[in-house]
Design a protein around this ligand. Structure first.
Ligand SMILES: C[S@@+](CC[C@H](N)C(=O)[O-])C[C@H]1O[C@@H](n2cnc3c(N)ncnc32)[C@H](O)[C@@H]1O
Length: 275
């Protein structure tokens, strides 16, 4: 019993009832995942619910989404020093801020934005990563000091390329953090993230991702890059904030840029409706 999806991922389930890994994953389900990595090699990964939450395991490593580890970063003194929070500030607006994380992963960046008061929509297209994130959000919702923060985070298991142009509102910030090809081999990658890297495809649609973000007509697009990485889609940002290993490139859309985005958004929505 197997399924092949667009991402060349085969999910083999021990239950006929649950052939796909999704946020609605059966608690008792033990799912073995076989996926080709970015070099076409088969990798054996297992996704199983254990007492601490949904866990991805393989190659003697395991990984779980866990927002409790983020506590020190959201202390009031520390949060405002986070480069992402500085990059996402909107001049003259402190309340009612909205953000879209178009490449959610395990939701750590989105969590920082939510802790800073943003209402955040998260898009994650990989079903396994989305399941891990969904589980981490559910567990955090039961922890008193984290509940309000994750209450501002809403996860959609879908591709942001199609979702962004038809959001129905104009977010203050769109965050983009697609996997950078050079990260694939970096010795700096933390061990736990090596598992995730087997699931993620390096971004090959940078132009499409940037255009989708522009089509949602946000005030600002914030792009996370390795410190020395190239600009996303070769688009020069208006300014960048640099840390020790990463950089945030910020594109601030002028009113005409936003209107352009809206026109593109409307056209794209029409095209989708006509299909
Ligand atoms: C580098 S990770 C993001 C990590 C994230 N910033 C965090 O703090 O955990 C990139 C993620 O974006 C997802 N992704 C890439 N392109 C996407 C798209 N077009 N729509 C939705 N998810 C996407 C990948 O599956 C991957 O999980």
């Amino acid at each position: 019993m197997s399924d092949l999806d667009d991402n060349d991922m085969e999910i083999i389930s021990k239950s006929d009832m649950n052939r796909e890994v999704s946020p609605q994953l059966d608690e008792q389900l033990i799912t073995d995942i076989i996926k080709k990595d970015a070099y076409g090699k088969n990798t054996d990964l297992t996704l199983r619910p254990d007492k601490d939450g949904l866990t991805l395991a393989g190659n003697s490593q395991s990984l779980r989404g866990d927002f409790t580890r983020m506590r020190s970063r959201i202390n009031p003194g520390n949060l405002n020093r986070e480069l992402l929070i500085k990059a996402s500030k909107i001049k003259g607006k402190a309340e009612g801020l909205t953000a879209v994380d178009a490449t959610a992963g395990l939701g750590e960046d989105a969590f920082l934005l939510a802790a800073a008061g943003f209402s955040v929509r998260l898009y994650e297209r990989d079903p396994v990563i989305a399941a891990l994130l969904h589980d981490a959000l559910s567990r955090a919702a039961a922890i008193p000091d984290l509940a309000a923060i994750v209450g501002r985070m809403e996860l959609f298991e879908t591709d942001s390329l199609t979702a962004l142009p038809q959001l129905g509102f104009n977010p203050d910030v769109v965050l983009l953090d697609p996997m950078f090809p050079a990260r694939q081999k970096s010795a700096l990658i933390k061990k736990k993230f090596q598992l995730l890297q087997q699931l993620e495809q390096p971004c090959t649609d940078e132009d499409a991702l940037l255009h989708a973000a522009i089509a949602s007509a946000p005030y600002k697009i914030v792009i996370k890059r390795p410190l020395k990485g190239a600009w996303l889609a070769d688009r020069k940002p208006d300014y960048s904030l640099k840390g020790k290993t990463i950089r945030y490139d910020c594109i601030v859309l002028t009113n005409s840029g936003r209107e352009g985005g809206l026109v593109e958004c409307t056209k794209q929505t029409q095209r989708m409706a006509e299909r």
